[in-house]
Design a protein around this ligand. Structure first.
Ligand SMILES: Cc1cc2nc3c(=O)[nH]c(=O)nc-3n(C[C@H](O)[C@H](O)[C@H](O)COP(=O)(O)O)c2cc1C
Length: 158
């Protein structure tokens, strides 16, 4: 069975809550998922998954340094993450506070690894975003995003 890693950084729990909502969506589509804090993920772990979904709070319009550090260390496996599914999500304090730039920064790293990403024509276009604590809208979007990631992982594993 294909397996997805959701790797997140979270200080006050908003991004963490989103990670588990996305995991619910992935599981509901019969794809295995591990949810881990970035501190518990080694670069070599990334090789073991069919999909990698990264989540971060927005810090000055970009992701937390802890997540960027994992991305930078992943250079050791440059070329080896090719064609896995990539995804991203972020929380911020404000509308227009940079959550989308954070998501795009994470997706950009996935693309540089040669990974495959998917957008959304109706929900959050680049990946789920939340203003502080996720509300019902965010919960729905995260679950739908998880299903979409699972769908793509299954397609690419055929
Ligand atoms: C160092 C720092 C920088 C931040 N920068 C931004 C920012 O640029 N824009 C914004 O809207 N929120 C900013 N925030 C707020 C967090 O992104 C927001 O509270 C987020 O939901 C926290 O996620 P967490 O609960 O997963 O830790 C910042 C918070 C900190 C601590």
């Amino acid at each position: 069975m294909p397996k997805v890693l959701i790797c997140y950084y979270s200080r006050s729990g908003n991004t963490k809550a989103m990670a588990y909502m996305i995991a619910d969506g992935i599981r509901s589509a019969d794809v295995d998922v591990d949810v881990k804090k970035v501190a518990d993920v080694k670069p070599a772990d990334l090789l073991r998954y069919d999909g990698l979904v990264f989540g971060s709070p927005t810090y000055y319009g970009v992701c937390a340094a802890e997540l960027k550090s994992l991305i930078d260390k992943s250079v050791k496996y440059h070329g080896k993450l090719c064609c896995k599914v990539g995804g991203a999500f972020a929380s911020s304090a404000n509308v227009g506070g940079g959550n989308e730039t954070t998501v795009l920064q994470l997706l950009q790293a996935h693309l540089i690894h040669g990974m495959v990403i998917i957008g959304d024509s109706e929900g959050d276009h680049y990946g789920p975003v939340s203003i502080e604590k996720p509300n019902k809208r965010v919960e729905k979007d995260c679950k739908e995003y998880g299903k979409k990631i699972a769908w793509l992982v299954k397609k690419l594993s055929e």
